[in-house]
Write a protein that binds this ligand. Structure first.
Ligand code: BGC
Length: 508
């Protein structure tokens, strides 16, 4: 469109304009090494208290081996939806896992819940109410099924204490509190059903366990969705926070906090800083804010505003819609939508885009989403190269379980991520396994083992437990020391037992 002084921006000049978002292989290798150092700090005794990447021990010591059985409820809170699932695990070869699930709305005021302590209780009252509704619909309100709780936030696993809220959540009075206690209290207050919350599982761990059920080689779980994070199997001898040197334990890295100590300052752009300033947790989760789905639409919007202000887009037109936070959603950035759809979205913002504008905006979206894939390839590369070193092999053969809306919905994301990982960790054969069913199946696996342990523990001596945990058994499982009647309780050293076939637990 003719407009004096307006120069439609070319793809090449966008590349130049956003050069700080286009990370070279050298830079990515550098990020990978920085992340490896952060991991070491998180694992070390002296360095853990001040480490930004928390490397939380999960007390999960092996992936499922297919002998798990039972009937479970899995709660899934903290991703894009709040879901409740019923998971039946059987020995049926054709269909070992049957699941039924329901999504429940969680109103924003409950999620953000600022103000009084009461707000915290409102969130857990809501969870308890939905669970009651689900059990009613499943006709199991009179039963006491074991419940696995996928809680997708950093938790000190030995006692399920929420370290900090992330993403959109901010309900006050929960940080520093045991979330199982809060949920139990809410359930008890209702009094219309009973539930046994056996395990609290991060979604990364649930994903690794879900994928591990199908592929025994799976030893990493990652989420690229609203938030981002990864867990992996670390050698016990490297985990200073937990006693014992034998075998491995799953570590929840909480890599979203990478950079919170300033270690990514040289890579954060003015747009990243603006996103952080406008967020509910400034200064926190800085890596997550550069890479995860929750912030991607907003990052693109901020770039478009700046380009429009400089006359590089929309003939310099700036509308109130374009200036409104949240008006460009990540699903628009990551949709396989083509020029027509792009035109439609921009038209809704009132900027009267030309074809060139649409092409330019699509290119901005590509740069922002490829930066995310590259950054995650770098941190994942850090984990993989550590695994390789731990195993002392010349070539790493492993499987990474993945879930998350951004990874699943974006048409080129997976390809970009896989390609970069292979470039950054060349001596590796990495299989990426999409978790088709979320983390619920995995949460049920952890619950299966925990339930079994709870039933069994009064009958095994502590020395026998220790003996069973010897690495002679490849399937050693260990459980978080959740307090339960008759057990060692909180703070007790973790206990583990060998792979004993799980008799049917739960209610069949
Ligand atoms: C949380 C993690 C979680 C990730 C993906 C992050 O914001 O801190 O615990 O695994 O989001 O849901």
């Amino acid at each position: 469109k003719p407009c004096p002084g307006f120069c439609p921006v070319s793809i090449l000049s966008i590349d130049k304009y956003l050069y700080s978002m286009r990370l070279s292989d050298e830079t990515l290798k550098d990020i990978m090494n920085r992340f490896r150092r952060e991991m070491e700090d998180g694992l070390g005794h002296g360095t853990n208290p001040t480490a930004t990447v928390k490397m939380l021990p999960t007390f999960v010591r092996s992936i499922p081996d297919g002998s798990e059985k039972g009937d479970f409820i899995a709660l899934d809170l903290g991703g894009s939806n709040f879901r409740i699932l019923r998971v039946k695990v059987t020995q049926d070869k054709k269909q070992p896992v049957q699941m039924e699930s329901q999504v429940y709305e969680t109103p924003d005021d409950i999620i953000h819940g600022s103000g009084t302590q009461v707000r915290a209780l409102e969130l857990f009252d809501h969870v308890a109410e939905c669970l009651g509704d689900f059990m009613e619909k499943q006709k199991i309100k009179d039963k006491k099924l074991p419940v696995g709780f996928t809680f997708s936030f950093p938790c000190a696993q030995s006692n399920a204490v929420l370290v900090t809220w992330t993403k959109k959540f901010k309900a006050s009075g929960v940080e520093g509190t045991d979330v199982v206690k809060l949920l139990n209290k809410a359930i008890k207050k209702r009094g219309d059903y009973e539930a046994d919350i056996m395990a609290v599982v991060n979604d990364t761990v649930g994903t690794m366990m879900t994928c591990g059920f199908d592929d025994q080689r799976c030893e990493v779980g990652i989420i690229i969705g609203t938030g981002t994070n990864a867990c992996y199997m670390e050698e016990m001898r490297h985990i200073d926070q937990v006693e014992g040197d034998e075998g491995r334990m799953c570590i929840n890295t909480e890599w979203g906090a990478f950079g919170d100590d300033g270690s990514l300052e040289d890579l954060r752009t003015e747009f990243d800083r603006e996103i952080d300033r406008g967020s509910i947790n400034p200064g926190k989760q800085l890596f997550e804010k550069m890479a995860s789905g929750m912030y991607m639409g907003e990052l693109v919007r901020l770039i478009l505003v700046k380009m429009a202000k400089e006359g590089l887009l929309f003939e310099g037109r700036i509308t109130p819609e374009l200036l409104t936070k949240g008006k460009i959603e990540t699903k628009h950035v990551s949709g396989d939508e083509g020029l027509k759809k792009c035109m439609e979205i921009l038209t809704r913002l009132g900027v009267e885009p030309s074809d060139e504008d649409c092409l330019a905006v699509q290119h901005v979206c590509t740069i922002v989403s490829f930066r995310s894939a590259n950054l995650i390839a770098a941190t994942l590369g850090g984990i993989l190269s550590r695994l390789k070193e731990n195993k002392g092999v010349a070539r790493l053969r492993t499987t990474v379980g993945i879930d998350g809306s951004l990874y699943k919905m974006h048409p080129q994301y997976a390809r970009r991520l896989h390609k970069m990982v292979r470039r950054l960790v060349p001596d590796s054969d990495v299989r990426f396994l999409l978790s088709e069913s979320g983390s619920g199946k995995g949460a049920a696996m952890v619950t299966a083992v925990e339930t079994f342990y709870c039933l069994l523990e009064p009958h095994i001596d502590w020395p026998l437990c220790q003996c069973l945990s010897k690495p002679a058994s490849p399937h050693v499982q260990c459980l978080s020391a959740r307090a339960a009647p008759g057990r060692g309780g909180r703070g007790a050293p973790f206990r583990s037992f060998g792979r004993i076939d799980l008799v049917t637990i739960g209610l069949n």
